[in-house]
Design a protein around this ligand. Sequence first.
Ligand code: SF4
Ligand code: SF4
Length: 565
Amino acid sequence: MYVEAKRGKSRELWTFHGGLHLPENKTISLTGPVRQADLPTRLVLPLHQHIGTPAQSLVKVGQRVLKGEKIADSTAPVTAPLHAPTSGTVIEIGNHPIPHPSGLPGLCIVIEPDGRDEWGELPQPIDDYRSADAATLRSRIREAGIVGMGGATFPSAVKLNPGKPIKTLIINGAECEPYITCDDRLMQDEPERVMEGVRILQHILQSEECLIAIEDNKSEAILAMHNLVRDDEPIEVIRIPTIYPSGGEKQLIRILTGREVPSSGLPAQLGVICHNVATAAAIADAVLEGKPLISRLVTLTGEGIREPGNFKALIGTLAGDLIEQAGGYQNHPEQLILGGPMMGFDLSSDTIPITKGANCLLCPTLEELPRPEPAQACIRCGRCADVCPAHLLPQQLYWYSRAKDLEKTQDYNLFDCIECGCCSHVCPSHIPLVQYYRYAKHESWAQEQERRESEHAKQRHDDRIARLERLEAARKARLRKKKEALDKKPPATKKPKPGAPDKESKQAAIEAAMKRAAEKKAKQQAQPKNIENLTPAQQAKIDAVEQRRKNAKETAATSETEQQP
Ligand code: SF4
Ligand code: SF4
């Protein structure tokens, strides 16, 4: 298919598999201009309103904050800081209902505005952004807390650092989901802001071409953007066919380039990056005015709302407060959906806050959007596969999600599912297929998280063991070295004391002493008794003693004989 693009050139477009032509229901919220929402009495700011690591609070309860002041951040690589949308006092940091399909509460900073709307100190504008390097501009975008505002909420600064050359920058102005009109309104009302953001993005990525894709049901937006493109810039506004979900990233890349992003792959692998038009406008604010992301356009629509339209609301404004400014409820609506009828999810109450990715509050009546009929068994008709724009087998995914066989769901590329809802929409058995896929994705993430934590704990244990082994080996090596050094040392020789006899004379002295002792002993043996030259009296005494000794011996011998039996 060929379409007329900028400067009358024709550009070839491709189609993607599946998709649906849906009733648009857009005029209901497009009739009036954008309304500035009132300053609410309370702003509830979830710390986790982006993909990645949640931000951590930088403020305390009771602290006064100024408009634009950073109130939460994180050092994680994929995260986004949060800023005070107006001046006021932090009155609470605690759990509140947040916009999430799980319906679970999340940690929020609650600010009570003081009504002065007083700005804090902002960074200097970078007017001449063409002279600034990409890193400086990315840092400004990061510090401004900008995330994908089409609903993806991926931190924009991270996406702008793909680590590969980018040939094609795609600006997504398709806004393909029924009812939602905030991007259309933005392009019609503030095309200059969007176009400045597009030029900044193009400068950062240095892409060869920049394609602004808008569905052909938004003629005024196409014209407004087209009129701003200069002849000397590589930017084109492309009119694409209206078919849902043409605004899906992979589907848009397919339409514009004819190329398929591989399963589990990223557009950057093809040299392509996509950003939403509202993200581009927020980037222009951050770079050219130093303003962080603290507000956004939100579509309030559906026949359950008295005065539908688009509102510029501060992030953190409660849905109920905004609906009140749109005239309140009418016709007894039974649902409040965040997002559109296809990809949005039911809110349990209107006390949830508007976040950076919240593009629409849809409040349809039952006639307008009937409740789904009770689900019946799958009849294997295959219609879901026919409409799936991601080339998946939705019925297989359904079976395995239902059986909680998460491994199998991944074999069938569960994570390629963009949750567009086309399969559920056509299913004759009214099976809420997307709910099963969301459940399976959530469980898979939880399991993955558990696996990572357990691996992390094991790694810590292994590291400790390795460290202890290293220390022991080092200790042994030290001992071995010491022993070797001792073995190599010659035996110590004692220095003789001055005046002391040397070894030889000592030995001679020993020998002489031994000789003297031997002579003495021999002499004693040679003279056993001194019995020479005795007087007769002395001899008589000796004889008497000898006689007594003899008698005593004989007496002892006799008594021994008598005692024997
Ligand atoms: S459309 Fe529904 S009934 Fe038909 S195969 Fe898919 S899940 Fe089964
Ligand atoms: S919701 Fe997922 S499975 Fe269903 S049609 Fe969309 S991409 Fe395919």
